[in-house]
Unconditional design. Structure first.
Lengths: 210, 643, 408
């Protein structure tokens, strides 16, 4: 009997000493697999210029039509992307997106990839439409690289401009107008039942190593 | 050799076989067109349906039996018994080879090219080309990109495939010669003559003539992709010539006008004034809410129904206090036929006034004779007399038709002074069996004199260039004090536009009913101000804020021409449909429904079916010429019909 | 071996033979109105402009058209390696004019247009003088037009186009000149050497023509020998002559030679070992897939690199393209660029393969024969200089080091 007890306890104790599998989500998040297809990321070149040229091939390839691109012409002295054309607006309706990755496949400049972020719930429908400012890779060293006195290039676009959000497309505005019209104010963080702490995504250690 | 087919009676046709399919086509048909008739596609770059063949791109080479080498389908005329092969290995190899050569120096920047998605080079490469690019980008020759040729046109020399179409467009269609192919050293480049900016008023056609993305619209630069655009068939609203066009919109804004080939009207060429006029239709300066602003009392925004009721009350008050003749009705040359038809019926049958017009001047003695000459018939006239510069300023595309008549058909075009001496015109004219006289609508009387004088030489047909997109419809449908729909004589005593305004300013007319944006009214200037101030009630159905809208006692938002359904009539009487390309800026019923509701409020019966289609049916019943014209045909007037 | 028919009489280097001397030597011009075309057919005379088209056939198609026709005497000589037309015009202008008058009579022409290269000052002067010596009746029919110095100016549609519009570019479309040419009339475009022979055949008959060829089928021919010879010169040879004879007439080789360019820039490279024994006879050559073209024999000196020469010719031809048709504008240019890269040791791995394939895409695709001719030259170069080409591409070196420096 003792033997059985010891055997049982040994199992229990070894299990007790093992590292727990539970993750304290959302305070803690597990890294995802490197090719996980989560929320999209718009990338930059090493010099900070945006890779996206606003060609809309992602929008054309998208099977559900969730991408909206409005292109504009680069100012040659202060370009946002290499070449003549850049995306002035870039929006993805994450509610509609099926995360198939066709956009990344269609992209001629490898500007868009599907990233690791998967917790995409929102309290308001229109917030699930993410704009270019949210999608674009941050580039903190850009300002240093160019020096503070000359805010040129794409960094200027995201750092020097007072309002980096280029706004939303008429298509979204149309939806938003309908939603907002007469609706009670949507719940905000801090309201009853809404967590105040919105966790940030823990990036996987390295996307290249695996 | 194949057995000759049994000879058929000579009916002007020849038998050809293309890829084994037999067909009979008229003599003189090009192999390209004969193949198209069979649904066989032959790729072309230099050939253009409106231009003479030059056969330089060699993309359309096909194998023809008994010819030693491949022949260009765009320049070879069919012969009886000809056997053409377009799908042999030889032809496929030719096409692949040609595309390979074309792509040698092409930058392949389709992702940023405005033409991407509707580019012949892209499409044909996809369809006929080799699937693998054999050329590293680094070996390509580089030229200038994004060279502005004018305020409208941008040139990308790298993308050019030297098809000569732009050069030939200037040679053959406008006769202006502004683009040249320059041979600089070892390279050939498209550039402007003497590197001067383009000055033509027809440059907007260049990007459509160009088979690739070398010539593009600056106003359309990076604006949209063709697959984003919603295309609606429309009619150019800039003048009364009635050019067919496609309205391409995205995100509820018009992004460009593209040509929609109608050989009978504009022959696929648009003028720059029309083509680049689209931004004004995207304007957010619009009348958006109905309002009632009584002369005594508080101005307020209302619902449409309330505004219509208020309008009816004001009109009824004037009729009761004075008489129906104390009401003046002003239509607009920018309204649809359906609206104009309802408006004149409302004025004459419901209100009972004879004071109705659509613009200021007098149209005494107007007859359908003024519009006898059709646009395509210009080419059939032996001689053409154009009085003054106004007709071509008002309707620029007319110039291209005259050029075609002169240079392709060998007709004589006499451009004379606006008030040229009729005897002198007759003297300068050689023998002619059919003469066309083209005048502006402000020059009607003189055109009559010239036409009468010319009638001694032979038949004469007149064309009168009306003002406003539907100026012709307004006249056909009797929005004039002196004629009823179909040019039947109206009972006398009606006041024309200027007289209505003068009477209103003098206090003789107490109420004004004004519809639509009316450029003619704006020209009245100070007289309009006085009339609007003095009138007790001003009922306005208007799209744009302005003098008239702000003076309104009852204001009802109207729908702009690209927001509604209806028909408009061009200078030659062609009744063409307009369709909504944009959602209306104001959430109000269409103008025809507003007019019908107003009539109903005034006690009229039988105005229930007031959607544009129903009104159109009523219109066709009332005006038989319009019933025969249908949609897209010409409303032709004969003496019996007018009587 | 050497022939003396066209250049018989006084030494050609002594300048133009006057009208009096010409008539005294050969007798008056026969009427030639009847049966001349048949005589030409029996003689088997072929055009000497390069294409070797049977003359009688051409004349007959012009003569059969209704209305007045035009004779266009083609002395443009745009081929840089050729001098024979010039020499003929400078020394025997009246022979050419005789031929032109006969052609006009036979085809019912009321106009003779002399189309002569603007750069050939001596020929222009000689022809101008000769025209003025002709009887009034003949002179009235003639006018002289200076042809622009372009390679394509001599092409028959280009010649007609220039006389009509002032643009020496080939026209892409039917009608051909014999249907509608100068001023819309049926036009006979004929090389000066051919016309000179017509003048002789009309006087001596077809049997004489066949005899004078000395075994060959085509009478004598004027050839220009250049390259590794003391000086470029023109010689008259008969059908029994071989290339070695022509080279010897020109003074013999000045250095070893590996290859001969036969027929001019549109001609073919022939390995020297094979070339020396080749007969200078159109029929015999065409059996071997070669063409005498405009009678050019270019001898490649051993100090020259065949690859570099071919690249240079390709560049020249690409520049001289009228740049109308796609295959020429884009294809020929691409070939020339790739060949230049090979010649200057900057070739990519695929360049040679590209040139090979592109050369196959050119023939028969253009409006005129410019791309076809260029393709013939390029293909023969690839064959004859195969080893050199691969040496250039693989090892980036040349058997003639001096040529590399020149090409760069």
């Amino acid at each position: 009997m003792i033997k059985e007890l010891v055997l049982g306890l040994r199992f229990t104790i070894t299990q007790m000493l093992r590292k727990p599998l539970t993750v304290q989500y959302p305070e803690e998040q597990k890294p995802v697999f490197p090719r996980h297809r989560g929320r999209h990321i718009l990338h930059r070149y090493d010099n900070g210029l945006e890779r996206c040229i606003g060609c809309e091939l992602c929008a054309a390839a998208c099977p559900v039509g969730c991408i909206y691109v409005l292109a504009a012409e680069n100012d040659p002295k202060n370009p946002v992307s290499p070449g003549e054309r850049y995306a002035e607006r870039y929006e993805i309706n994450l509610m509609r997106c099926i995360y198939c990755g066709y956009c990344a496949e269609a992209c001629p400049t490898e500007a868009i990839t599907l990233g690791p972020q998967y917790d995409l719930a929102e309290y308001r429908r229109e917030r699930t439409v993410v704009t270019k400012a949210e999608l674009l890779e941050s580039w903190p060293r850009f300002a240093q690289a160019r020096g503070p006195a000359s805010p040129v290039g794409a960094g200027a676009d995201s750092t020097a401009r007072a309002d980096p959000d280029p706004g939303i497309s008429p298509r979204v505005a149309w939806d938003a107008a309908e939603t907002v019209h007469g609706a009670p104010e949507a719940p905000q963080p801090g309201d009853l039942g809404v967590p105040t702490h919105v966790p940030t995504v823990t990036e996987p250690e390295s996307r290249d190593r695996r | 050799m194949a057995q000759k087919p049994p000879t058929q009676p000579d009916d002007g046709h020849v038998a050809v076989s293309i890829d084994g399919h037999e067909t009979r086509v008229p003599k003189g048909t090009l192999v390209l067109d004969a193949a198209a008739g069979l649904g066989i596609h032959i790729p072309i770059y230099c050939a253009h349906p409106k231009m003479e063949p030059v056969a330089v791109c060699r993309m359309c080479l096909v194998h023809i039996e008994r010819f030693p080498k491949p022949q260009p389908a765009c320049a070879t005329v069919v012969a009886d018994g000809m056997a053409v092969t377009t799908d042999s290995a030889e032809v496929t190899k030719i096409r692949e080879g040609m595309l390979e050569f074309l792509l040698l120096n092409h930058p392949l920047d389709c992702p940023v090219c405005d033409r991407g998605g509707e580019c012949d080079l892209q499409d044909f490469t996809f369809r006929y080309g080799p699937s693998v690019s054999r050329f590293p980008i680094t070996e390509k020759v580089h030229f200038n990109k994004a060279v502005p040729l004018s305020e409208h046109i941008e040139l990308d020399q790298e993308r050019c495939i030297l098809c000569w179409r732009c050069v030939r467009y200037y040679d053959e269609i406008t006769g202006e010669k502004e683009i040249v192919l320059e041979q600089r050293g070892v390279q050939t480049l498209v550039t402007t003559f003497n590197e001067q900016p383009l000055r033509s008023s027809f440059q907007g056609n260049l990007p459509e003539v160009c088979p690739v993305g070398a010539l593009t619209h600056r106003q359309y630069r990076f604006v949209s992709r063709p697959w984003d655009l919603q295309r609606t068939a429309g009619v150019c609203p800039e003048c009364s010539y009635g050019c067919n066009l496609n309205v391409d919109s995205r995100d509820f804004e018009i992004r460009r006008f593209a040509s929609r080939d109608n050989p009978l009207v504009e022959d696929m060429w648009l003028c720059d004034r029309g083509r680049y006029s689209f931004p004004k239709w995207n304007s957010t300066e619009r009348v958006r809410r109905p309002a009632v602003r009584p002369r005594a009392g508080r101005a307020r925004d209302t619902a449409v129904g309330e505004a219509i009721a208020a309008a009816a009350n004001e009109l009824r008050a004037v009729i009761d206090a004075h008489s129906p003749s104390a009401i003046g009705v002003m239509g607009s040359a920018e309204s649809t036929n359906e609206e104009l038809f309802l408006l004149q019926r409302l004025a004459r049958d419901v209100i009972g006034t004879r004071n109705i017009d659509h613009q200021l001047g007098s149209f005494d003695g107007i007859t359908s004779e003024e519009h006898a000459l059709g646009i395509a018939e210009i080419e059939e006239c032996d001689a053409l007399v154009v009085l003054g510069v106004e007709p071509e300023e008002e309707a620029p595309v007319l110039t291209l038709r005259l050029f075609k008549a002169q240079h392709k058909r060998g007709r004589r075009v006499h451009r004379v002074a606006r008030d040229a001496d009729p005897a002198g015109v007759v003297k300068a004219m050689g023998a002619t069996t059919l003469t066309g006289v083209i005048a502006d609508e402000t020059n009607r009387e003189h055109a009559v004199l010239v036409a009468t004088a010319l009638a001694r030489k032979g038949a004469v047909r007149r064309m009168t260039v009306t003002r406003g997109v539907n100026g012709r419809g307004a006249k056909d449908l009797g929005v004039l004090p002196n004629v009823l729909p179909g040019y039947r004589a109206a009972p006398p005593g009606g006041k024309n536009g200027r007289e209505i305004l003068e009477a209103a300013a003098a206090g003789a007319i107490h109420a004004l009913l004004i519809t639509g944006p009316n450029a003619a009214l704006e020209r009245a200037g100070e007289l309009l101000d006085r009339a609007l101030q003095r009138a007790e009630s001003v009922i306005v159905v208007e799209t744009r804020p302005g003098k008239v809208a702000s003076a309104a006692t009852v204001l009802i938002p109207g729908h702009a021409i690209f927001e509604k359904l209806g028909t408009v009539t061009n200078i030659e009487g062609r009744v063409q449909r307009v369709r909504p390309a944009l959602p209306p800026a104001a959430q109000t019923p269409s103008d025809t429904r507003v007019l019908a509701a107003l009539a109903a409020e005034l006690g009229a019966k039988g105005w229930e079916r007031s959607d544009p289609m129903s009104v159109n049916r009523a219109l066709r019943e009332a005006v038989p010429a319009y019933a025969e014209a249908g949609s897209g045909g010409r409303a032709l007037w004969t003496a019996e019909r007018v009587a | 071996m050497t022939g003396a028919a066209l250049l018989a009489g006084p030494d050609p280097r002594d300048g133009a033979e006057g009208f009096a001397a010409h008539t005294a030597r050969l007798g008056a011009l026969p009427s030639g109105r009847h049966g001349l075309i048949d005589t030409l057919e029996r003689a088997g005379l072929r055009g000497r402009g390069g294409a070797s088209f049977p003359t009688a056939t051409k004349w007959r198609s012009v003569a059969s058209r209704r209305g007045d026709s035009v004779v266009l005497v083609n002395g443009a000589e745009g081929e840089p390696l050729s001098q024979k037309d010039r020499v003929l015009m400078e020394s025997r202008p009246h022979l050419i004019l005789d031929g032109a008058v006969l052609a006009a009579r036979a085809t019912g022409a009321r106009q003779i247009v002399h189309y002569i290269g603007a750069a050939h000052a001596g020929a222009l002067a000689a022809m101008r003088r000769a025209i003025n010596e002709r009887p009034d009746a003949e002179r009235r029919l003639m006018r002289l037009v200076e042809a622009p110095q372009r390679y394509v100016s001599g092409e028959e549609t280009a010649a007609v186009h220039f006389v009509n519009d002032g643009t020496a570019l080939p026209t892409a479309l039917p009608p051909r000149p014999f249907e509608r040419g100068v001023s819309g009339r049926p036009t006979l475009v004929q090389n000066v050497e051919t016309l000179a022979y017509v003048a002789l055949i009309a006087r001596h008959g077809d049997a004489w023509f066949r005899a004078v060829g000395g075994g060959g089928s085509s009478g004598t021919a004027l050839v220009t020998v250049s390259g590794a010879v003391p000086a470029a010169s023109v010689h008259e040879v008969d059908g029994s002559a071989v290339i070695a004879d022509a080279v010897n007439l020109a003074g013999g080789l000045t250095s070893d030679s590996d290859a001969v360019l036969l027929g001019g820039y549109f001609g073919s490279w022939v390995p020297a070992t094979r070339a020396w024994a080749l007969p200078l006879d159109v029929g015999a050559l065409s059996k071997r897939g070669l063409s005498l073209g405009s009678g050019v024999i270019g001898v490649l000196a051993s100090s020259d690199c065949g690859v570099e020469m071919s690249a240079r010719i390709a560049m020249y031809l690409a520049d001289e393209s009228s740049r109308q048709c796609g295959p020429c504008t884009f294809g020929l240019r691409a070939i020339a660029n790739a060949m230049r890269r090979v010649a200057t040791m900057q070739a990519g791995v695929d360049d040679l393969a590209h040139v090979q394939r592109w050369a196959g895409l050119l023939p028969g695709r253009g409006a005129c024969r410019h791309p076809d001719g260029a393709a013939i030259m390029v293909r023969s170069a690839l064959q004859v200089f195969a080893d050199d080409f691969s040496l250039h591409v693989r090892e980036h070196r040349c058997i003639v080091p001096a040529a590399v420096a020149r090409a760069a």
